[in-house]
Design a protein around this ligand. Sequence first.
Ligand code: NAP
Ligand code: MG
Length: 489
Amino acid sequence: METTLTGQTFKNYINNEWVNSNSEKTIKSINPANTEEVVGYVQSSTNEDLNKAVEAAHNAKKSWRKAGQAARGQYLYKAANILEENLDEVAETMTREMGKTLPEAKGETARGVAILRYYAAEGMRKEGDVIPSTDKDALMFTKKTPLGVVGVITPWNFPVAIPIWKMAPALVYGNTIVFKPATEGAVTAAKVVECFTKAGLPEGVLNFVTGSGSIVGQSLIDHEKVNAITFTGSETVGSNVAKSSAARGIKFQLEMGGKNPVIVAADADIDKAVEAVISGGLRSTGQKCTASSRVIVEEEIYEEFKEKLIDAVQKITIGDGLQEGVWMGPCASESQFNTVKEYVEKGRAEGASLLYGGEELTDEARAKGFYITPAIFEEVTNDMAIAREEIFGPVIALFKAESLEQAIEAANDTKYGLSASIFTSNITSLLEFVDEIEAGLVRVNAESAGVELQAPFGGMKGSSSGSREQGEAAKEFFTETKTVFVKGV
Ligand code: NAP
Ligand code: MG
């Protein structure tokens, strides 16, 4: 790649050219492990920049649709190879920009490569079905057609995988794109876009505009030439996307927050459950939409589970994610850091008992980063903020349940419904859980955070607009169906 790691300025990409914003202003991206390090600068774009990008995508719409699915797939194979060649550099940029550990960042980038290959292969898969007509002389079939210009708006917590799981299917099914990444992950996003551009996409097919969500993000969702929006992020912004899209009658897709429960039944393998709560709750510093944040334990095993959990959490090594042996990095930004500290305070003030952690780390090695120890609360009631609101940080609330039924009821007592998991060795309990739990991702004897690219991904209730991403589900969102009836003359 042409880019270097520190302090470089990244441009917007519009109509196959890297261009500066007409604002002549940039936004600084800093390393949350060491706030003195500038990872890069991105364009602070204006509505005018955004309009140019939408215009370019609009003008490219017809020829990209006509290029054909098989040809479009070939570009994705190339992008996959380029990303794979640059995996180490992209992953390192991600760690520097948002703090997740290097092994996690490498894993995510490798997933990006796999997603590209999965959708590249879609180029050779079917575009519709033949359906028998009641008229024996007619041919009836369906044909998938693209939506047009798709606005892609993404969060900072998976700055490689989420943009790719949106853009790869959007492209292969024939849509053109205007991509507005989260500002906190925009340098990493620029590196992903570089891989696509080097694959040789035609002019205007993929456009990239960075800048404030409330300026360029809002203009993108309101633009009359944008035909669909795919959004992952917070509920506040998501509801804006829904309102604007509904008013214009365009398709939209929202994936938002979670308050994901883990049930540990009395018959569970306690050691495995502890391991899964640590991994599912605290990897990526708890900043996954599928992170476990409520752990509901049957009372017979509560004390044993708690002791083992506290023992395990104490062993977590916290530091700069680039360093070997570090298991948990800093919070991704100052605002995340402050949010976590505020919720730890709120938990205490509301009467929950802080069993462990929630302390800022200010020793010499960590004084310049947003470091905090994972917080474990008990005696949490379901009306407390730490039980109801998404914190998006390393904070776990423990609950005691008298029965499995009560545990499931507590698990469902939330506006969210993204992922949920249970640890049990009883088949009746697991079947009951699968049936009753209100979550789009249901995990049995596995951590709540786990996604496979070939399967549908998305939440129920307030976590999603009800549509699904990834796997075959992406085709449903990124296309419309034409039902064609043909009769000879
Ligand atoms: P966010 O604040 O909602 O931002 C998401 C994106 O929307 C960013 O690109 C942001 O740009 C942009 N944006 C902000 N205001 C906007 C507006 N008025 N109009 C249009 N776009 C706007 O969320 P975040 O803090 O980046 O991400 C954390 C959230 O994402 C959490 O709630 C988490 O649960 C959720 N998440 C969900 C999933 C899932 O699949 N369900 C996956 C990952 C994360 P700026 O960065 O410039 O503000
Ligand atoms: Mg940063």
